[in-house]
Design a binder for this molecule. Structure first.
Ligand code: NCD
Length: 492
């Protein structure tokens, strides 16, 4: 499968990141070193949209596009665009695509904005890729690829090393993206310098079971192969001056600290503020200039790949077929036979209809909600009433279960996914033409259009066209757009 959009590192497989993409980036190094642009190709246009400040990401993308012979247009800052007049991401994406952009490279202060634009363009049939150049505190996937290229060039490998993170691990998107990629490499060990103001969230720590260590100061990074810094993202959190000054001191790579850390290489996405004082700036172990340069070959490779795959449409990893599994499929007769023992024992229902759906294992008190959703969604073709069985205790469900019987009615895949998002225990027993099918959600389910994402910076709370969408991760739900993890109770 080719690479078209670059939205989140977690959309890619390990093979794609460390194989296909990284190899392509390495191949582009000499092309960029030669500095000879290709013949202009006016049919290819790259649209940059930077609603948050940038020097490197924007500059290296423009350089990459121009080396490749593509046309570029840049919209920089909200003030310079109709965003200041409350234009939406949806309409901005449509306009850029209409004006022949093959790639939109966007940086935004709204999490998931790029993923939303990419989906919308797919749905509406535009041949336009989207690259996420940073969505607030969430992801910065192209930075991660250039970080990996830097590691490859300086360590000679992208596995079997120890990397220490310091700085703003809570809000630094480059840290989050890089951790997502490194979590694939079992031989990579991670250390994090945690401070109460900037601590890395649990969802990233959980990605490294048994191979992440938290330390409370820079000295703790001794023995690492690489130390990766991140600027305190002052614009994202309120902090008093004294605490800020203390944090800065704590996270500064002084000449004395360089001595303690010995052969550790230092990386940083830049800009840095106090992290590297001028006395250490030119030390060979600080490889940030080459790291920033790697942005050019990486963006050459990624832009080229996107243009090669503009015709691709199916980038969404989770479809109903993948979300729902048929866990039983037999003749109705056999099914009923197998249930007879249970029936006798408990004296309660077993699927009493010959055609239709029995929605089973609904946790107590959710039955009415499911019922009213089904009635309002006007997908029930038959006017037969929904029969609601309240509370059956003979079940493995703690607190009892409820059952809905839909005679002569079947519900859509989307509804099944939505309903199982409220409770993954729910099963759909479909009975038709003497066959019995039991359908249940797989572990990973995409559910659309319910609840609200609790994150106010998520695109679903910032664009009227962006519907909510969550993916199951164990018992929790992860927002499809901002990628933050929530407990079910925070959403439903
Ligand atoms: C960073 C970013 O914008 O995420 N820089 C970059 O893109 N190279 C880091 C930052 O702003 O601190």
């Amino acid at each position: 499968m080719g690479i078209k959009h670059v939205l989140s590192i977690s959309d890619f497989s390990a093979d794609e990141i460390f194989g296909e993409i990284l190899t392509r980036c390495e191949e582009k190094v000499t092309f960029v070193e030669r500095r000879i642009p290709r013949e202009p190709d006016p049919t290819k246009k790259v649209q940059l949209l930077f609603l948050e400040p940038s020097t490197r990401t924007r500059g290296s993308n423009v350089e990459a596009a121009q080396l490749l012979g593509y046309r570029t247009d840049e919209v920089i800052g909200k003030e310079a665009s109709s965003f200041i007049k409350k234009e939406t991401f949806a309409n901005t994406a449509r306009m850029f695509a209409k004006y022949n952009a093959g790639i939109i490279i966007a940086r935004a202060g709204v999490e998931g904005a790029q993923k939303f634009m990419a989906e919308l363009l797919e749905r509406e049939g535009y041949h336009c890729a989207v690259h996420n150049a940073g969505d607030r505190t969430n992801q910065h996937p192209t930075q991660t690829i250039l970080d990996l290229l830097t590691l490859k060039r300086h360590l000679g490998r992208v596995d079997d090393f120890t990397i220490g993170f310091f700085g703003d691990l809570k809000y630094g998107r480059t840290v989050h993206s890089l951790l997502c990629a490194l979590s694939y490499q079992e031989s990579v060990k991670v250390k994090v310098v945690q401070t109460s103001e900037t601590a890395l969230q649990a969802q990233y720590i959980e990605m490294f079971p048994g191979r992440i260590e938290t330390v409370d100061s820079l000295e703790g990074l001794e023995g690492c192969d690489v130390a990766y810094g991140s600027r305190l993202q002052e614009e994202r959190f309120k902090i008093d001056q004294l605490t800020l000054d203390n944090l800065r001191k704590k996270l500064m790579i002084t000449p004395a600290m360089m001595k303690i850390l010995g052969s550790v290489l230092f990386m940083h996405p830049m800009p840095y503020v106090q992290e590297f004082p001028f006395q250490v700036r030119s030390d060979k172990r600080i490889i940030i200039d080459d790291q920033a340069w790697c942005g050019v070959p990486v963006r050459v490779a990624l832009q080229e790949m996107s243009f090669e795959n503009l015709g691709m449409t199916n980038f969404f990893p989770y479809s109903p077929e993948e979300n729902l599994s048929v866990i039983e499929n037999c003749s109705l007769k056999n099914y009923r036979k197998s249930r007879q023992g249970r029936e006798k024992k408990f004296g309660v229902y077993f699927n009493p209809i010959d055609n239709g759906t029995v929605i089973d294992k609904i946790p107590a008190e959710l039955g009415l909600k499911v019922k009213s959703f089904l009635l309002s969604s006007d997908q029930l073709k038959n006017s037969a009433p929904i029969h609601h069985i309240d509370r059956i205790f003979e079940t493995s469900l703690e607190g009892g279960k409820e059952v809905l019987i839909l005679r002569d009615n079947f519900v859509s895949e989307e509804t099944k996914m939505l309903v199982t998002s409220w409770a993954p225990t729910i099963t759909f027993n479909e009975i038709r033409e003497d066959r019995f099918l039991k359908i249940r959600a797989k572990k990973l389910v995409e559910v659309q259009g319910f609840g609200r994402c609790p994150n106010k910076n998520c695109i679903t709370n910032n664009d009227p066209e962006a519907a909510t969408k969550f993916v199951h991760v164990g018992d929790a739900l992860r927002c499809w757009y901002c990628e933050k993890k929530f407990e079910r109770s925070q959403i439903v």
